[in-house]
Ligand binder design. Structure first.
Ligand SMILES: Nc1ncnc2c1ncn2[C@@H]1O[C@H](COP(=O)(O)OP(=O)(O)O)[C@@H](O)[C@H]1O
Ligand SMILES: [Mg+2]
Length: 313
């Protein structure tokens, strides 16, 4: 088997054309393809890469990352479309360690720490709290009694996986439901830890704001299906253009800064007393906002990456 090595481009050698790696799992994904298209529009070469195809070799003298399918390639920068879902802690750690290693030499967008902060619904909420951002009350626990008390206080609660996405694994729980205790016991057995959040009564939609750099570049409402309380597009929600208010822009930009991201998708919900942050996504899909508003967020992200490359020279 011929092993082809991946090298980081030495920034002093400017003879070759710029090569930007797009970390992805699905080459057919709209956002992944839009990144590739916009990188090539800038005259650079796009190198799609699935992190699970990478291997590493370490000895006292050498360290290399390699991919059996690639010809030798020197990368100048990396954009992460998605790292992929992994149920093995070891595999997901290895993927992030590869990203951490890459970013020692070349620009990575988003930075690995920002992707991890955003993916973690507990830690991102902690960072939002430090930034004085409005969030629904949330309790994280492995104790049944603590969970029961929290739901008693919340009245209506949402249980979500700490590392979930696309509206998967989200349940609505009522303090009055007769089977609350067995339901929580079963959920604890399955998840080991529960993430419980006060349900925010809302107009049957949430708001996804896109931020690139210091700017909120657009937003969509995601209107839930009639029989659903989850508005994710992957769960049948409909994208509808949303006019950005100053409050939406401010919250979304501050949330992006709080997790240290260069770009992000921020979920807001309209409660009775104003907007609340629900979560931030450091690897957001650009498809819905493109459909509803004609905005291509990937073009702005690629522009920002090129600015960063220019500033390194
Ligand atoms: N506290 C809440 N109150 C009301 N609806 C919620 C709440 N949390 C989540 N939802 C609904 O569930 C959807 C998914 O929740 P979210 O926290 O964004 O997780 P995911 O990572 O799965 O998108 C939201 O877009 C919203 O429609
Ligand atoms: Mg969401």
């Amino acid at each position: 088997m011929l092993v082809k090595k991946i090298k980081m481009h030495n920034q002093n050698q400017n003879t070759k054309s710029t090569k930007i790696c797009v970390v992805l799992t699905d080459p057919e994904d709209w956002t992944a393809q839009a990144f590739v298209k916009n990188i090539e529009k800038r005259g650079a070469k796009a190198v799609p890469l699935n992190l699970s195809t990478l291997s590493a070799s370490i000895s006292t003298a050498d360290f290399s990352i390699f991919n059996a399918d690639l010809t030798d390639v020197e990368l100048d920068a990396i954009i992460v479309r998605d790292v992929g879902i992994s149920f093995s802690l070891e595999q997901i750690s290895f993927k992030f360690d590869l990203l951490r290693q890459f970013e020692k030499s070349i620009p990575l967008m988003n930075r690995s720490e920002a992707i991890q902060n955003a993916a973690n619904k507990f830690f991102s909420f902690y960072l939002f709290k430090l930034a004085h951002l409005p969030i629904p009350r949330t309790t994280i626990t492995s104790e049944l009694d603590v969970a029961l008390n929290a739901i008693e206080e919340f009245g209506t609660a949402i249980a979500k996986p700490i590392f979930g996405s696309q509206g998967k694994g989200i349940l609505k729980l009522e303090s009055s439901q007769p089977d609350l205790k067995p339901t929580l016991t079963a959920l604890l057995k399955e998840r080991d830890v529960l993430y419980l959040q006060q349900f925010v009564p809302n107009p049957g939609r949430d708001i996804r704001v896109f931020v690139v750099g210091d700017e909120a570049v657009g937003a969509i409402y995601r209107v839930s299906q009639v029989d659903s309380f989850v508005s994710n597009l992957s769960q049948g929600g409909t994208p509808v253009k949303c006019e950005l208010t100053a409050e939406m822009q401010e919250l979304a930009v501050r949330a992006t800064k709080a997790v240290g991201a260069d770009f992000a998708g921020i979920d807001l919900i309209e409660g009775d007393e104003g907007l609340f942050l629900l979560e931030i996504n450091g690897t957001p899909s650009g498809k819905g906002i493109n459909r509803a508003c004609g905005i291509d967020v990937t073009e702005r992200i690629v522009d920002r990456l090129f600015e960063r490359l220019e500033n390194r020279k």
